[in-house]
Design a protein around this ligand. Structure first.
Ligand code: NAD
Length: 250
């Protein structure tokens, strides 16, 4: 049974996949959850949840826009008085080899996966410091922060950067009792990643299958629970044992 109760949580990139599972998990545990995502259509699912309305803020926003980030934080402050936790799950993962990559391809991935994380984490950290109530920040990185894959030069670089952003933030915010960690999933069966790709790679995972998004969400709830009083600055692989093997062999 989760211990986290009635916290004010912001999930950035929460309209689908892992982020959506996190939103559902935290709502089920009776927290208030704000969702910012660029996908307006996917956000519509939250407007039908009548009985959750006072505990949900769903806003179209782009992590590359400081005005959007300030907007969602202002709404959380107005409705709920502030913020206790952030999960940064926004990310894109297009495939392109470096020799074929345009400057725009590179910038797109770095701007959403890394610069967006900086902008969001900075704004949230400033507010948490001002509140003086501590808090939790969790970024969703990837096993790709340390394992290279053909076609994902921009993605791997963005996730390696995100991991260092997470660690530095943890050091800088420790004095304020703000815990900052990153979850590094391996393969997750989400809306954008399924079918053949999953079938091909499942055999390399010691547990023999990809994670369900809910399995990532449950670990995050654990990290953000009041029972976590000492874990900060860590990159936690939730990958079915994938990163423990040698050459991807279970
Ligand atoms: P997803 O595409 O389902 O979710 C990502 C969400 O981010 C989407 O709802 C999307 O609309 C949103 N988003 C994209 N650009 C945005 C922007 N500019 N502003 C605001 N929101 C934006 O993918 P997912 O599989 O749930 O991935 C979530 C995170 O987990 C990503 O950071 C991804 O890199 C990471 N991850 C995923 C896997 C996997 O196997 N699925 C593995 C390792 C890491």
């Amino acid at each position: 049974m989760a211990e986290l109760k009635e916290k004010r949580i912001l999930v950035v990139g929460g309209a689908s996949g892992i982020g959506l599972a996190i939103v559902e998990r935290f709502l089920a545990s009776r927290n208030s959850v704000a969702i910012m995502d660029i996908n307006e259509e996917a956000l519509l699912r939250f407007s039908t949840l009548d009985y959750w309305q006072d505990r949900v803020i769903a806003m179209k926003g782009d992590v590359r826009e400081s005005a959007d980030i300030n907007d969602i934080l202002t709404r959380m402050k107005k409705n709920w008085g502030g913020i206790d936790g952030l999960i940064y799950s926004a990310g894109i993962f297009p495939d392109r080899r470096i020799v074929e990559m345009s400057e725009e391809d590179w910038d797109n991935v770095l701007n959403i996966n890394l610069k967006g994380a900086f902008l969001v984490c900075q704004a949230v950290a400033r507010q948490m410091v001002e509140q003086k109530e501590g808090g939790h920040i969790v970024t969703i990185s990837s096993g790709s922060y340390q394992s290279a894959r053909v076609g994902s030069g921009h993605y791997c670089a963005s996730k390696a950067g995100l991991v260092m952003l997470t660690k530095v933030l943890a050091l800088e915010l420790a004095d304020h009792s703000i815990f900052v960690n990153s979850i590094a999933p391996g393969l997750v069966h989400s809306e954008k990643l399924g079918g053949e790709y999953i079938d091909t790679f499942s055999s390399r995972i010691p547990l023999g299958r990809p994670a369900q998004p809910e399995e990532i969400a449950s670990i995050i709830e654990l990290i953000m629970s009041p029972s976590n009083t000492y874990l900060t600055g860590q990159i936690i692989p939730v990958d079915g044992g994938l990163s423990s093997g040698h050459f991807g062999l279970p």
